[in-house]
Structures are given as structure tokens and as C-alpha cells.
Design a protein. Structure first.
Length: 94
């Protein structure tokens, strides 16, 4: 049996990937909204997002809306595939 993806398996990143996976690869969510949904601090969320982005699992798009910076987050096709594999392996384990 293959080992569960340790990048996804961490509690905070599993919750993150679960939330972003519900959006699909064509949609994104604003950083403050995701932070609210997950109940995480901005610093903690940023740390986990960076790890997932470095792996190519998520995207972060920083834009200026009016005069205010905004960050939008989404899942990549690679992230979706990794999450699907993780779910399959977890079910096999159970």
C-alpha cells in the first residue's frame, strides 16, 4: 500500500485541500473568506498555503481591487489529482 501524501495528510493542509477541492480548478476563494471558514490565523494559513503552492497543488493570485490588495486561492489540476489519490489511499487504508 502506498504511503499517504504527507503534504496533504497534515491536519491544517487536509482541511485546506478539502475546502479548495470543493471549488474545482476554475474557481478561487479570497484569503479572508478561506481563513474564516477554516478558523485559522493569517500566519498559520499563509505557512500552509506556501507549502502547498511550492508543491504545485494550489495557486495564489495577488491582485489590487481599487486600492486594496487581495489574494485569491485555488486548486490546480495537480492538486486535484493528488487529493483524489489521497482520498483513494485513505479509503483503502480504512
Amino acid at each position: 500500500m502506498a504511503e499517504l501524501d504527507p503534504l496533504i495528510h497534515a491536519d491544517a493542509r487536509l482541511r485546506l485541500m478539502s475546502a479548495l477541492n470543493t471549488l474545482g480548478t476554475k474557481d478561487a476563494i479570497a484569503f479572508p473568506k478561506l481563513r474564516e471558514i477554516l478558523g485559522m490565523t493569517a500566519g498559520n494559513l499563509s505557512t500552509h498555503l506556501r507549502k502547498l503552492e511550492d508543491a504545485g497543488y494550489i495557486t495564489q493570485e495577488k491582485v489590487i481591487e481599487g486600492r486594496t490588495p487581495a489574494t485569491y486561492l485555488g486548486i490546480t489540476p495537480l492538486g486535484t489529482a493528488a487529493f483524489d489519490t489521497y482520498k483513494k489511499q485513505l479509503l483503502e487504508l480504512l
